[in-house]
Design a protein around this ligand. Structure first.
Ligand code: PEP
Length: 255
């Protein structure tokens, strides 16, 4: 039985003060909610203050990205050593990192290795673009991203990875996949490929989120699918009431 996991990706939103205010509002709604892991991923400058504001909370903390080297002449980058002890999770390979900043599958793989080397729990993002979706290439493309990302990763490391299947055409567009379609892609291109790479047992243990225009109105549609263990939420995670509704309704759909 996989424990549901819902995470908020705040992207490049919220000053430190606004981030603390949001997390305080979230604590009022979500502290003590059982049966579901919840995390927020604020921008780097707000991480320390949000960590402080989360003292004693059941809400976890994640970063949105990191570099794979521990230190050095990498201007503008943040290392896993800097994140260790500051947050629990790190998003790796978000489509905005891949497409806006040119991150390759090889980089994503290095980052995954670096996360494990430093005790961070990765949320690995994969997903096809609209062209690939229309051309019927989704399963092959997403499966390829999974194979490349997990190159050299052990079964024990794989078990603590969360995968977020996020079709690019659904991110920030207000046009989500259907629950059924997302469930099918996750079952074949994500969990199915993980079973080939590791074993059925390992694949069954890995939590897989859906991401892409998840809102309070569709949380139940996604969370009631057998292969979907949670959500990675962008826009709707910026409002405490919306994110709390997604968590509570989504969790109820799993019970
Ligand atoms: C995301 O940023 O990962 C995301 C899914 O965004 P949105 O929920 O806004 O589509």
């Amino acid at each position: 039985m996989r424990k549901p996991f819902i995470a908020g990706n705040w992207k490049m939103h919220k000053t430190t003060d606004a981030a603390v205010a949001l997390v305080e509002a979230l604590r009022a709604e979500l502290d003590g909610v059982e049966g579901c892991d919840v995390a927020v991923c604020p921008p780097f400058p707000a991480l320390a203050a949000v960590r402080e504001a989360l003292t004693g909370s059941t809400i976890g903390l994640g970063a949105q990205n990191m570099y794979w080297e521990e230190k050095g002449a990498f201007t503008g980058e943040v290392s896993p050593v800097m994140l260790k002890g500051l947050c629990d999770y790190v998003i790796i390979g978000h489509s905005e990192r891949r497409n806006v900043f040119g991150e390759s599958d090889a980089w994503v793989n290095k980052k995954l290795h670096a996360a494990f080397a430093h005790g961070l729990k990765p949320i690995l993002c994969v997903g096809e673009n609209l062209e690939q979706n229309k051309a019927g290439e989704t399963v092959e493309f997403v499966g390829g991203q999974i194979r490349a990302a997990f190159e050299g990763i052990t079964a024990e490391q794989a078990r603590i990875t969360t995968v977020a299947y996020e079709p690019i055409w659904a991110i920030g567009t207000g046009v989500p996949a259907t629950g059924e379609d997302a469930n099918e892609i996750i079952g074949t291109a994500v969990r199915g490929v993980l079973a080939e790479l590791f074993s059925d047992d390992v694949a069954q243990a890995i939590r897989i989120q859906y991401g892409g225009s998840v809102k309070p109105a569709n949380a139940v549609e996604f969370m009631s699918q057998a292969e979907i263990d949670g959500a990675l939420v962008g826009g709707a995670s910026l409002k405490a009431a919306d994110f709390a509704a997604i968590v509570k309704d989504g969790l109820a759909a799993k019970e």
